[in-house]
Design a protein. Sequence first.
Length: 254
Amino acid sequence: MRKKRPTITLLISTYNWLEALKKVLEGVECQTVMPDEIVIADDGSGEETVSFVQQYAKTSCVPVRHVWHEDKGFRRSMILNKAVASATGDYIIEMDGDVIPERHFIEDHICVARRGYFVCGGRVMLKEDGRISPSHYFNCIRSRVLRALVLRCNTEYNVRHIKGCNMAFWRDDFIAVNGYDEAMEGWGSEDHEFTSRLLFAGVKYHRLKFGGVLYHLYHKAASKENAEKNREIFRKVWLERKTWTEDGVNKYLG
């Protein structure tokens, strides 16, 4: 008897880049396996994005939930916590609203999903003209054989491989460590801090390579004015082997 797969929530974070979000959702619609629901975590986009998502939800073949809060600066950790709190899937596949998924993206993530593990994949960087950056051609390769080899041989946690734009985890593991730390505002280290707590709580790491391909649309780099503050929070978690944040998802759970 074939084992029943977990229910899947595709979590997409976005902020005021509607054209990119449209391309991302076009990529989602082409998936070989669709999620059970889509949750859009919106860090305060304007009315144009809100209206689009409302209309998109009416025509989508899967349920779409738009989780929005007021724009008060870069509060990605907070909106992701709110989005996961609203999610109904057993397994959360997280991506950003500026990465276009290759059509096997969700299928590949489901193939490597295992209880007791979280997964991080990579991305293919696109240049301003839309072409692939030469150093990222290797990231386009999709191979089941090579993917399985990496899963067996490359299980050591490495901060360089942790990217919230391509991540998956079990919802109950997320809740067990209280999700993202909302003290981390502005760009930088929130994914490293969160996944470190997962590790210290006993959740193991799998690297998704040669599958789960995403194409990252070109944009200017975000402001890094809070980066050092966020790195200090991350360092403290690592030094103290913390498994919990006081300022996390629990405030949004019923």
